[in-house]
Design a protein around this ligand. Structure first.
Ligand SMILES: Cc1ncc(COP(=O)(O)O)c(C=O)c1O
Length: 357
């Protein structure tokens, strides 16, 4: 046995590396197995068509397009707004810049610049100061601003609605589009009660993921105008994302929206509980007020830990997390983490931050 919590060494008690780790439940598998399907490249999969209509309506846009991944939905979104040789701008922790393997440059010839964002929080003045919309034949023109809500590497940060509205208004005034990376827009909606469509009205295109906290195994959607979705359908095929009888996957998304959306509040409550426990022991590791949803980022350097040593130590006690740079670690709550696992994680994290490494 290792540590004071009684977790056998090496055994996984709580896998908090990401909310992408969830496995489909038996009920979800049942719903998938019997979904009506057709060839979606021909536009004939009834389950995909139904899911696209449902999500377009939820988000208050004209149409939606099912994609294999959130990265593809984002890349389709920016491709619609930015011509080759033009640029997108986003904050310096944005998923579209940090974790999509340079896809905008490689696939679409798009260049990118970033402004600095504290914990991923949207800074409209910084975005507007960075944008170039009158560069003529000398400077690269900015065609699109990307905003992420909630913000993954920022620590599950919910963007203030007023800031999103202001970004949309000021971007449009200068002829730029806004793409919202809403992989976890569901979490923002559940945390604040702001309707999904109200957030989505602040953008020209929005990506949402079914395979994060919602617990579906695969799938994302891009939403926007009918004309944009028609173009995106062509680009999806060109990017290799045309799928055939993928209604089986869309059925998992329908099931998740019906049964596993409101429960995101449980993930938020568990994450907050652990944040408070850790902060009570070491206030410089985390500010619980900055923990908005299901993602806990701890600053472990003040306790003398490197992120990699800290993650190794939690892993030995069955709590898996992710090292975010040299000083910060991330733990993410999801469908497959219950109260007992949360209590165990709280005990392990609190114990380790209280020890000087
Ligand atoms: C904010 C954000 N956007 C987009 C994605 C991409 O999703 P996928 O892994 O399905 O490509 C992720 C994945 O974690 C994410 O966190």
């Amino acid at each position: 046995m290792s540590g004071s919590t009684g977790q056998p060494a090496g055994q996984t008690a709580a896998d908090l590396r990401s909310d992408t780790l969830t496995r489909p439940t038996d009920a979800m598998r049942e719903a998938m197995a019997w979904a009506p399907v057709g060839d979606d490249v021909y536009g004939e999969d009834p389950t995909i068509l139904a899911l696209q209509s449902q999500v377009a309506e939820l988000l208050g846009h004209e149409d939606a397009l099912f994609t294999p991944s959130g990265s593809m939905a984002n890349q389709l979104g920016v491709r619609l707004h930015v011509a080759p040789g033009q640029e997108l701008i986003a904050d310096d922790l944005a998923h579209v810049l940090r974790a999509e393997m340079g896809a905008a440059a490689v696939l679409s010839g798009i260049s990118a610049r970033s402004w600095h964002a504290n914990a991923g929080l949207l800074d409209v003045d910084a975005a507007m100061a960075l944008a170039v919309t009158d560069g003529g034949a000398y400077q690269v023109g900015t065609s699109c601003v990307v905003v992420e809500n909630t913000h993954n590497f920022g620590g599950g940060t919910v963007q203030p609605l007023e800031a999103m509205r202001e970004l949309h208004r000021r971007a449009h005034e200068r002829g730029m589009a806004v793409h919202l990376d809403g992989a976890r827009l569901w979490n923002a909606h559940v945390a604040t009660g702001v309707p999904l469509a109200v957030y989505a009205a602040c953008a020209d295109t929005v990506s949402v993921c079914l395979s994060k906290g919602l617990g579906a195994p695969v799938g994302s959607l891009l939403v926007g105008s009918r004309a944009h979705m028609e173009q995106a359908r062509v680009w999806r095929k060109r990017f290799g994302g045309g799928m055939r009888q993928a209604g089986i996957l869309a059925a998992a998304g329908q099931f998740a929206l019906e049964h596993q959306l409101e429960r995101l509040a449980d993930d938020h409550e568990r994450c907050q509980r652990v944040a408070r426990g850790v902060a009570a022991t070491r206030g410089d590791a985390v500010d619980p007020a900055a923990v908005h949803t299901n993602i806990l980022v701890l600053h472990v350097a003040p306790a003398g830990w490197s992120a990699s040593d800290f993650i190794a130590a939690t892993g030995e006690r069955g709590v898996l997390g992710y090292a975010m740079g040299p000083e910060h670690v991330r733990f993410v709550w999801h469908l497959d983490v219950d109260d007992a696992q949360t209590d165990h994680a709280a005990a392990v994290l609190t114990d380790l931050v209280s020890q000087q490494a």
